[in-house]
Design a protein around this ligand. Structure first.
Ligand code: PLP
Length: 386
Protein backbone atom coordinates (compact mmCIF):
# COMPACT_ATOMS: atom_id res chain seq x y z
CA UNK A 1 0.00 0.00 0.00
CA UNK A 2 1.26 3.45 -0.76
CA UNK A 3 0.45 7.09 -0.13
CA UNK A 4 -2.87 8.62 0.85
CA UNK A 5 -6.06 6.77 0.13
CA UNK A 6 -7.93 7.66 -3.07
CA UNK A 7 -11.66 7.56 -2.48
CA UNK A 8 -14.65 6.47 -4.51
CA UNK A 9 -16.71 9.53 -3.57
CA UNK A 10 -16.15 11.29 -0.25
CA UNK A 11 -17.66 14.52 1.12
CA UNK A 12 -16.29 17.81 -0.25
CA UNK A 13 -16.90 20.77 2.07
CA UNK A 14 -16.33 24.41 1.21
CA UNK A 15 -16.75 26.55 4.34
CA UNK A 16 -20.24 27.94 3.91
CA UNK A 17 -21.57 24.76 5.52
CA UNK A 18 -19.86 25.64 8.81
CA UNK A 19 -21.20 29.17 8.70
CA UNK A 20 -24.80 27.90 8.47
CA UNK A 21 -24.10 25.35 11.23
CA UNK A 22 -22.56 28.06 13.42
CA UNK A 23 -25.67 30.18 12.92
CA UNK A 24 -27.77 27.25 14.12
CA UNK A 25 -25.62 27.00 17.27
CA UNK A 26 -25.52 30.76 17.85
CA UNK A 27 -29.31 30.97 17.72
CA UNK A 28 -29.72 27.65 19.61
CA UNK A 29 -31.76 26.11 16.78
CA UNK A 30 -30.33 22.66 17.53
CA UNK A 31 -33.49 20.69 16.82
CA UNK A 32 -35.28 18.81 14.05
CA UNK A 33 -36.81 22.11 12.92
CA UNK A 34 -35.63 25.68 12.45
CA UNK A 35 -34.68 28.30 9.87
CA UNK A 36 -32.03 26.17 8.11
CA UNK A 37 -34.59 23.40 7.56
CA UNK A 38 -37.13 25.79 6.06
CA UNK A 39 -34.52 27.58 3.95
CA UNK A 40 -32.90 24.37 2.72
CA UNK A 41 -36.32 23.14 1.55
CA UNK A 42 -37.02 26.37 -0.27
CA UNK A 43 -33.55 26.67 -1.79
CA UNK A 44 -33.51 23.08 -3.04
CA UNK A 45 -37.04 23.34 -4.47
CA UNK A 46 -36.07 26.58 -6.24
CA UNK A 47 -32.86 25.06 -7.57
CA UNK A 48 -34.56 22.07 -9.21
CA UNK A 49 -37.66 24.05 -10.15
CA UNK A 50 -40.40 22.33 -8.17
CA UNK A 51 -43.10 23.76 -5.94
CA UNK A 52 -42.49 22.14 -2.57
CA UNK A 53 -40.02 20.12 -0.52
CA UNK A 54 -39.87 18.36 2.86
CA UNK A 55 -36.45 17.83 4.49
CA UNK A 56 -36.08 14.38 6.09
CA UNK A 57 -33.58 12.26 7.95
CA UNK A 58 -32.72 10.09 4.92
CA UNK A 59 -33.57 9.34 1.31
CA UNK A 60 -34.91 5.99 2.50
CA UNK A 61 -37.31 7.81 4.83
CA UNK A 62 -38.44 9.93 1.87
CA UNK A 63 -39.25 6.82 -0.20
CA UNK A 64 -41.09 5.32 2.75
CA UNK A 65 -43.22 8.44 3.25
CA UNK A 66 -43.90 8.65 -0.51
CA UNK A 67 -45.42 5.17 -0.38
CA UNK A 68 -47.39 5.96 2.80
CA UNK A 69 -48.79 9.17 1.31
CA UNK A 70 -49.83 7.37 -1.88
CA UNK A 71 -51.66 4.78 0.23
CA UNK A 72 -49.54 1.84 -0.92
CA UNK A 73 -50.30 -1.03 1.41
CA UNK A 74 -50.63 -4.75 1.95
CA UNK A 75 -50.38 -6.80 -1.24
CA UNK A 76 -50.07 -3.79 -3.58
CA UNK A 77 -47.65 -4.40 -6.42
CA UNK A 78 -44.92 -1.81 -6.91
CA UNK A 79 -42.55 -1.97 -9.90
CA UNK A 80 -38.95 -1.27 -8.95
CA UNK A 81 -35.78 -1.60 -11.04
CA UNK A 82 -33.71 -4.63 -10.12
CA UNK A 83 -30.42 -2.80 -10.63
CA UNK A 84 -30.42 -0.35 -7.71
CA UNK A 85 -29.43 0.06 -4.08
CA UNK A 86 -31.68 -1.87 -1.68
CA UNK A 87 -32.96 1.41 -0.17
CA UNK A 88 -35.16 1.85 -3.27
CA UNK A 89 -37.26 -1.22 -2.49
CA UNK A 90 -36.93 -1.85 1.27
CA UNK A 91 -39.67 0.72 2.04
CA UNK A 92 -42.05 -1.21 -0.25
CA UNK A 93 -41.65 -4.11 2.14
CA UNK A 94 -42.01 -1.84 5.23
CA UNK A 95 -45.56 -1.20 3.98
CA UNK A 96 -46.21 -4.92 3.32
CA UNK A 97 -46.53 -4.20 -0.39
CA UNK A 98 -44.96 -6.47 -3.02
CA UNK A 99 -41.97 -5.33 -5.06
CA UNK A 100 -41.78 -6.72 -8.58
CA UNK A 101 -38.34 -6.19 -10.08
CA UNK A 102 -37.91 -4.83 -13.59
CA UNK A 103 -34.79 -5.50 -15.64
CA UNK A 104 -32.51 -2.78 -16.99
CA UNK A 105 -32.02 -1.76 -20.59
CA UNK A 106 -28.50 -1.57 -22.00
CA UNK A 107 -28.77 2.02 -23.24
CA UNK A 108 -29.12 3.68 -19.80
CA UNK A 109 -28.73 0.75 -17.36
CA UNK A 110 -32.06 1.94 -15.92
CA UNK A 111 -35.57 0.45 -15.90
CA UNK A 112 -36.34 -1.00 -19.34
CA UNK A 113 -39.57 0.51 -20.73
CA UNK A 114 -40.10 -2.72 -22.67
CA UNK A 115 -39.82 -4.85 -19.52
CA UNK A 116 -42.10 -2.39 -17.71
CA UNK A 117 -44.76 -2.89 -20.41
CA UNK A 118 -44.46 -6.65 -19.97
CA UNK A 119 -44.83 -6.25 -16.22
CA UNK A 120 -48.09 -4.33 -16.68
CA UNK A 121 -49.43 -7.21 -18.81
CA UNK A 122 -48.67 -9.57 -15.96
CA UNK A 123 -49.77 -7.23 -13.16
CA UNK A 124 -52.39 -4.86 -14.62
CA UNK A 125 -53.38 -3.70 -11.13
CA UNK A 126 -49.93 -2.53 -10.06
CA UNK A 127 -50.15 0.56 -7.83
CA UNK A 128 -46.91 2.47 -8.43
CA UNK A 129 -43.63 2.59 -10.30
CA UNK A 130 -40.36 3.70 -8.70
CA UNK A 131 -37.85 4.80 -11.33
CA UNK A 132 -34.15 5.26 -10.46
CA UNK A 133 -31.51 7.27 -12.32
CA UNK A 134 -28.58 5.01 -11.56
CA UNK A 135 -25.15 6.54 -11.03
CA UNK A 136 -26.68 9.84 -12.17
CA UNK A 137 -27.72 8.73 -15.68
CA UNK A 138 -31.31 9.68 -16.51
CA UNK A 139 -33.76 6.86 -17.17
CA UNK A 140 -35.94 6.97 -20.31
CA UNK A 141 -38.35 9.38 -18.73
CA UNK A 142 -40.47 10.08 -21.83
CA UNK A 143 -41.28 6.41 -22.30
CA UNK A 144 -41.69 5.62 -18.60
CA UNK A 145 -43.95 8.60 -17.82
CA UNK A 146 -46.06 7.71 -20.89
CA UNK A 147 -46.44 4.09 -19.78
CA UNK A 148 -47.40 5.19 -16.25
CA UNK A 149 -49.95 7.68 -17.61
CA UNK A 150 -51.51 5.08 -19.91
CA UNK A 151 -51.85 2.61 -17.03
CA UNK A 152 -52.98 5.37 -14.63
CA UNK A 153 -50.23 4.48 -12.19
CA UNK A 154 -48.28 6.89 -10.01
CA UNK A 155 -44.61 7.46 -10.68
CA UNK A 156 -42.17 7.95 -7.81
CA UNK A 157 -38.70 9.14 -8.79
CA UNK A 158 -35.76 7.92 -6.73
CA UNK A 159 -33.30 10.64 -7.71
CA UNK A 160 -30.97 9.84 -4.78
CA UNK A 161 -28.00 9.46 -7.13
CA UNK A 162 -29.01 12.01 -9.76
CA UNK A 163 -29.46 15.33 -7.98
CA UNK A 164 -28.38 17.91 -10.56
CA UNK A 165 -28.99 15.67 -13.61
CA UNK A 166 -31.42 17.12 -16.14
CA UNK A 167 -33.53 15.36 -18.76
CA UNK A 168 -34.49 17.56 -21.70
CA UNK A 169 -33.62 20.56 -19.57
CA UNK A 170 -35.70 19.58 -16.50
CA UNK A 171 -34.17 18.32 -13.25
CA UNK A 172 -34.58 14.65 -12.32
CA UNK A 173 -36.77 14.29 -9.26
CA UNK A 174 -39.38 16.65 -10.75
CA UNK A 175 -40.98 14.23 -13.25
CA UNK A 176 -42.91 11.97 -10.89
CA UNK A 177 -45.83 12.71 -8.59
CA UNK A 178 -43.20 12.54 -5.84
CA UNK A 179 -39.41 12.78 -6.14
CA UNK A 180 -36.79 11.97 -3.54
CA UNK A 181 -33.15 12.97 -3.02
CA UNK A 182 -30.45 11.69 -0.66
CA UNK A 183 -27.66 13.58 1.09
CA UNK A 184 -25.82 10.54 2.39
CA UNK A 185 -22.05 10.77 2.83
CA UNK A 186 -20.98 9.81 -0.67
CA UNK A 187 -23.74 11.43 -2.72
CA UNK A 188 -22.99 14.41 -4.98
CA UNK A 189 -23.80 16.78 -2.11
CA UNK A 190 -24.06 15.58 1.46
CA UNK A 191 -25.34 16.59 4.88
CA UNK A 192 -23.60 13.51 6.44
CA UNK A 193 -27.04 11.93 6.21
CA UNK A 194 -30.39 13.23 5.08
CA UNK A 195 -33.03 13.25 2.39
CA UNK A 196 -35.68 15.35 0.71
CA UNK A 197 -39.14 14.61 -0.63
CA UNK A 198 -40.34 16.97 -3.38
CA UNK A 199 -43.63 17.47 -5.19
CA UNK A 200 -45.63 20.06 -7.12
CA UNK A 201 -48.49 19.26 -4.74
CA UNK A 202 -48.15 21.10 -1.43
CA UNK A 203 -50.62 18.72 0.23
CA UNK A 204 -48.07 15.95 -0.32
CA UNK A 205 -45.09 17.72 1.25
CA UNK A 206 -47.27 18.92 4.14
CA UNK A 207 -48.38 15.34 4.72
CA UNK A 208 -44.74 14.23 4.60
CA UNK A 209 -43.76 16.75 7.27
CA UNK A 210 -46.75 15.72 9.38
CA UNK A 211 -45.90 12.01 9.21
CA UNK A 212 -42.19 12.76 9.75
CA UNK A 213 -42.94 14.51 13.05
CA UNK A 214 -44.94 11.70 14.70
CA UNK A 215 -48.30 12.53 13.07
CA UNK A 216 -49.58 14.79 15.82
CA UNK A 217 -53.15 15.95 15.36
CA UNK A 218 -53.69 19.71 15.69
CA UNK A 219 -54.65 19.49 19.35
CA UNK A 220 -52.85 20.80 22.45
CA UNK A 221 -52.73 17.40 24.08
CA UNK A 222 -50.70 14.74 22.29
CA UNK A 223 -53.31 13.13 20.09
CA UNK A 224 -52.66 10.79 17.16
CA UNK A 225 -55.05 9.41 14.56
CA UNK A 226 -52.33 7.91 12.40
CA UNK A 227 -49.02 6.13 12.89
CA UNK A 228 -46.16 8.61 12.59
CA UNK A 229 -42.38 8.56 12.30
CA UNK A 230 -39.39 10.49 13.58
CA UNK A 231 -38.03 11.30 10.12
CA UNK A 232 -37.45 15.07 10.18
CA UNK A 233 -34.11 16.62 9.26
CA UNK A 234 -32.16 18.41 11.98
CA UNK A 235 -31.58 22.16 11.69
CA UNK A 236 -27.84 21.48 12.12
CA UNK A 237 -27.60 19.09 9.17
CA UNK A 238 -29.85 21.36 7.09
CA UNK A 239 -27.15 24.01 7.56
CA UNK A 240 -24.62 21.67 5.95
CA UNK A 241 -27.09 21.11 3.12
CA UNK A 242 -27.55 24.85 2.48
CA UNK A 243 -23.79 25.28 2.17
CA UNK A 244 -23.45 22.24 -0.09
CA UNK A 245 -26.29 23.26 -2.39
CA UNK A 246 -24.32 26.38 -3.31
CA UNK A 247 -21.78 24.02 -4.88
CA UNK A 248 -24.03 21.43 -6.56
CA UNK A 249 -23.46 22.64 -10.12
CA UNK A 250 -19.72 22.93 -9.50
CA UNK A 251 -19.65 19.35 -8.17
CA UNK A 252 -21.54 18.22 -11.26
CA UNK A 253 -19.02 19.92 -13.55
CA UNK A 254 -16.15 18.18 -11.75
CA UNK A 255 -17.91 14.78 -11.83
CA UNK A 256 -18.48 15.19 -15.57
CA UNK A 257 -14.79 16.00 -16.04
CA UNK A 258 -13.88 12.76 -14.23
CA UNK A 259 -16.12 10.78 -16.58
CA UNK A 260 -14.61 12.55 -19.61
CA UNK A 261 -11.10 11.87 -18.29
CA UNK A 262 -11.74 8.13 -17.99
CA UNK A 263 -13.41 8.04 -21.42
CA UNK A 264 -10.41 9.65 -23.03
CA UNK A 265 -7.94 7.47 -21.14
CA UNK A 266 -9.61 4.17 -22.05
CA UNK A 267 -10.80 4.92 -25.57
CA UNK A 268 -8.13 2.72 -27.15
CA UNK A 269 -9.01 -0.28 -24.96
CA UNK A 270 -11.94 -1.95 -26.64
CA UNK A 271 -12.48 -4.32 -23.71
CA UNK A 272 -13.55 -1.37 -21.53
CA UNK A 273 -16.85 0.48 -21.81
CA UNK A 274 -17.98 3.20 -19.44
CA UNK A 275 -21.51 3.34 -18.04
CA UNK A 276 -23.87 4.96 -20.56
CA UNK A 277 -25.01 8.58 -20.43
CA UNK A 278 -28.47 9.52 -21.64
CA UNK A 279 -28.29 11.51 -24.90
CA UNK A 280 -31.50 13.32 -23.84
CA UNK A 281 -29.96 14.23 -20.52
CA UNK A 282 -27.21 16.23 -18.91
CA UNK A 283 -26.18 13.61 -16.37
CA UNK A 284 -24.38 14.47 -13.12
CA UNK A 285 -21.91 11.55 -13.56
CA UNK A 286 -22.12 10.81 -9.82
CA UNK A 287 -20.01 7.67 -10.25
CA UNK A 288 -18.11 6.65 -13.37
CA UNK A 289 -18.45 2.91 -13.89
CA UNK A 290 -16.97 0.51 -16.40
CA UNK A 291 -17.84 -2.88 -17.80
CA UNK A 292 -15.43 -5.41 -19.26
CA UNK A 293 -16.33 -6.87 -22.63
CA UNK A 294 -17.76 -10.38 -22.60
CA UNK A 295 -15.10 -12.96 -23.37
CA UNK A 296 -12.24 -10.83 -22.01
CA UNK A 297 -10.16 -12.69 -19.44
CA UNK A 298 -9.90 -9.75 -17.06
CA UNK A 299 -12.47 -9.79 -14.26
CA UNK A 300 -13.88 -6.83 -12.30
CA UNK A 301 -12.34 -8.37 -9.16
CA UNK A 302 -8.88 -8.21 -10.74
CA UNK A 303 -9.31 -4.51 -11.50
CA UNK A 304 -10.66 -3.79 -8.01
CA UNK A 305 -7.87 -5.82 -6.35
CA UNK A 306 -5.15 -4.05 -8.38
CA UNK A 307 -6.52 -0.65 -7.32
CA UNK A 308 -7.02 -1.67 -3.68
CA UNK A 309 -3.39 -2.85 -3.55
CA UNK A 310 -2.46 0.79 -4.23
CA UNK A 311 -4.87 2.09 -1.57
CA UNK A 312 -7.52 3.12 -4.10
CA UNK A 313 -11.18 2.59 -3.30
CA UNK A 314 -13.62 1.06 -5.81
CA UNK A 315 -17.01 -0.59 -5.52
CA UNK A 316 -18.84 -3.37 -7.34
CA UNK A 317 -21.93 -2.48 -9.35
CA UNK A 318 -25.07 -2.73 -7.16
CA UNK A 319 -26.02 -6.39 -6.95
CA UNK A 320 -29.44 -6.68 -8.62
CA UNK A 321 -32.39 -7.09 -6.26
CA UNK A 322 -33.65 -10.21 -8.06
CA UNK A 323 -30.39 -11.92 -7.06
CA UNK A 324 -30.63 -10.94 -3.37
CA UNK A 325 -31.39 -13.69 -0.84
CA UNK A 326 -33.84 -11.41 0.99
CA UNK A 327 -35.91 -10.90 -2.19
CA UNK A 328 -35.74 -14.42 -3.61
CA UNK A 329 -39.52 -14.80 -3.38
CA UNK A 330 -40.08 -11.72 -5.54
CA UNK A 331 -40.90 -11.77 -9.24
CA UNK A 332 -38.56 -10.33 -11.86
CA UNK A 333 -39.57 -9.21 -15.36
CA UNK A 334 -37.13 -8.90 -18.26
CA UNK A 335 -37.47 -7.37 -21.73
CA UNK A 336 -37.80 -9.35 -24.98
CA UNK A 337 -34.95 -11.73 -25.71
CA UNK A 338 -34.24 -12.32 -22.05
CA UNK A 339 -35.92 -14.71 -19.72
CA UNK A 340 -36.53 -15.11 -16.04
CA UNK A 341 -38.14 -17.96 -14.20
CA UNK A 342 -37.89 -16.62 -10.72
CA UNK A 343 -38.61 -17.30 -7.94
CA UNK A 344 -37.61 -20.89 -8.63
CA UNK A 345 -33.87 -20.47 -9.10
CA UNK A 346 -33.25 -21.40 -12.77
CA UNK A 347 -30.61 -19.69 -14.85
CA UNK A 348 -31.67 -16.14 -15.51
CA UNK A 349 -30.39 -14.10 -18.40
CA UNK A 350 -30.81 -10.44 -17.66
CA UNK A 351 -29.26 -7.11 -18.55
CA UNK A 352 -28.94 -6.13 -14.87
CA UNK A 353 -27.24 -9.45 -13.96
CA UNK A 354 -24.85 -9.01 -16.88
CA UNK A 355 -23.88 -5.44 -15.89
CA UNK A 356 -23.32 -6.64 -12.32
CA UNK A 357 -21.14 -9.54 -13.47
CA UNK A 358 -18.95 -7.45 -15.78
CA UNK A 359 -18.87 -4.05 -14.09
CA UNK A 360 -17.35 -1.95 -11.31
CA UNK A 361 -17.44 1.65 -10.07
CA UNK A 362 -14.26 3.67 -10.57
CA UNK A 363 -13.01 6.28 -8.09
CA UNK A 364 -15.07 9.42 -8.77
CA UNK A 365 -14.07 11.71 -5.93
CA UNK A 366 -14.01 15.35 -7.04
CA UNK A 367 -11.00 16.04 -4.79
CA UNK A 368 -8.85 13.57 -6.73
CA UNK A 369 -5.97 15.36 -8.40
CA UNK A 370 -4.65 15.01 -11.92
CA UNK A 371 -1.90 12.81 -10.46
CA UNK A 372 -4.49 10.63 -8.69
CA UNK A 373 -6.38 10.17 -11.98
CA UNK A 374 -3.15 9.30 -13.80
CA UNK A 375 -2.31 6.75 -11.13
CA UNK A 376 -5.76 5.11 -11.31
CA UNK A 377 -5.72 5.07 -15.10
CA UNK A 378 -2.22 3.63 -15.21
CA UNK A 379 -3.15 0.77 -12.89
CA UNK A 380 -6.32 -0.08 -14.85
CA UNK A 381 -4.46 0.05 -18.17
CA UNK A 382 -1.83 -2.24 -16.65
CA UNK A 383 -4.43 -4.87 -15.75
CA UNK A 384 -5.40 -4.93 -19.45
CA UNK A 385 -1.74 -5.22 -20.45
CA UNK A 386 -1.47 -1.70 -21.91
C1 PLP B 1 -28.39 6.40 -1.47
C2 PLP B 1 -29.60 5.86 -2.12
C3 PLP B 1 -30.84 5.81 -1.46
C4 PLP B 1 -31.01 6.03 0.00
O1 PLP B 1 -30.71 7.23 0.50
P1 PLP B 1 -30.29 7.36 2.06
O2 PLP B 1 -30.23 8.83 2.23
O3 PLP B 1 -28.97 6.70 2.18
O4 PLP B 1 -31.34 6.72 2.88
C5 PLP B 1 -31.95 5.40 -2.18
N1 PLP B 1 -31.85 5.03 -3.46
C6 PLP B 1 -30.68 5.03 -4.11
C7 PLP B 1 -30.66 4.61 -5.54
C8 PLP B 1 -29.51 5.42 -3.47
O5 PLP B 1 -28.35 5.38 -4.12
Amino acid sequence: MSGKRIYLSSPTMHGEEQAFVKEAFDTNWVAPLGPNVNQFEKELADHVGIGHAAALSAGTAAIHLALRILGIGKGDVVFVPSLTFSATCNPVVYENATPVFIDSEEDTWNMSPQALEKAFEKYPHAKAVIVVHLYGTCARLDEITEICKRHKVTLIEDAAESLGSTYKGKYTGTFGKIGIYSFNGNKIITTSGGGMLVSEDEEITKKATFLATQARDPARHYQHSQIGYNYRMSNVTAGIGRGQLLHLEEHKKLKKAIYAGYREAFQDIEEIRLNPLNPDGDDNCWLTCMTIREGCEVTPDQVMDALEAENIETRPIWKPMHLQPVFEQCDFVTGEGFWSDLPTGQTIKSVSGDIFARGLCLPSDIKNTKEDMEKIIGIVRGVFGR
